[in-house]
Design a protein around this ligand. Structure first.
Ligand SMILES: CC(C)(COP(=O)(O)OP(=O)(O)OC[C@H]1O[C@@H](n2cnc3c(N)ncnc32)[C@H](O)[C@@H]1OP(=O)(O)O)[C@@H](O)C(=O)NCCC(=O)NCCS
Length: 118
């Protein structure tokens, strides 16, 4: 099927429960060859313990091993933990989408476009 890509996925399991997921989606379109989009989401009880760093580093290593050229993502500008994590793992801020996210606080927030050539 056109447009349905392959990708990389990681799941963190603790005591038989899934506590984190992370992945890189790689569209199968020819002009998107080697380009992936990353996401990560951890259960709140597992924040701040280094799991996000470990999963991101593992995912990037898998991406490099698979021959991906670039990994990109978008993150809410106020999400300081995530922005710090991504910068620590080598992503740079490439642009800002103004008021591109409507938060639970009822306000619009900027989104950062970040990327890394792996
Ligand atoms: C963002 C997320 C993946 C980070 O994972 P984590 O396991 O909590 O992060 P780590 O423990 O590996 O720490 C990452 C870094 O962020 C830092 N950090 C944590 N909270 C921070 C904050 N509020 N401001 C700045 N830095 C912060 C940590 O100190 C650490 O940096 P260091 O290693 O230099 O000390 C996790 O909090 C999460 O799943 N959040 C909800 C979903 C989400 O926001 N996903 C990203 C959407 S794009």
């Amino acid at each position: 099927m056109t447009g349905v890509g392959k990708g990389l996925s990681l799941v963190a399991v603790h005591d038989g429960r899934i506590v984190g997921i992370a992945g890189i989606h790689t569209p199968s379109l020819p002009r998107m060859r080697g380009i992936g989009d990353m996401m990560i989401y951890l259960h709140q009880d597992f924040h701040g313990a280094g799991l996000g760093t470990a999963m991101t580093e593992k995912l990037l290593a898998l991406a490099k091993n698979k021959g991906l050229h670039r990994v990109g993502l978008e993150v809410v500008e106020d999400n300081r933990a995530a922005v710090h994590l991504y910068e620590k793992c080598g992503f740079t801020i490439e642009g800002i989408s103004v008021d591109a996210y409507y938060g639970a606080d009822g306000k619009y927030h900027n989104m950062l476009v970040m990327g890394k050539v792996v």
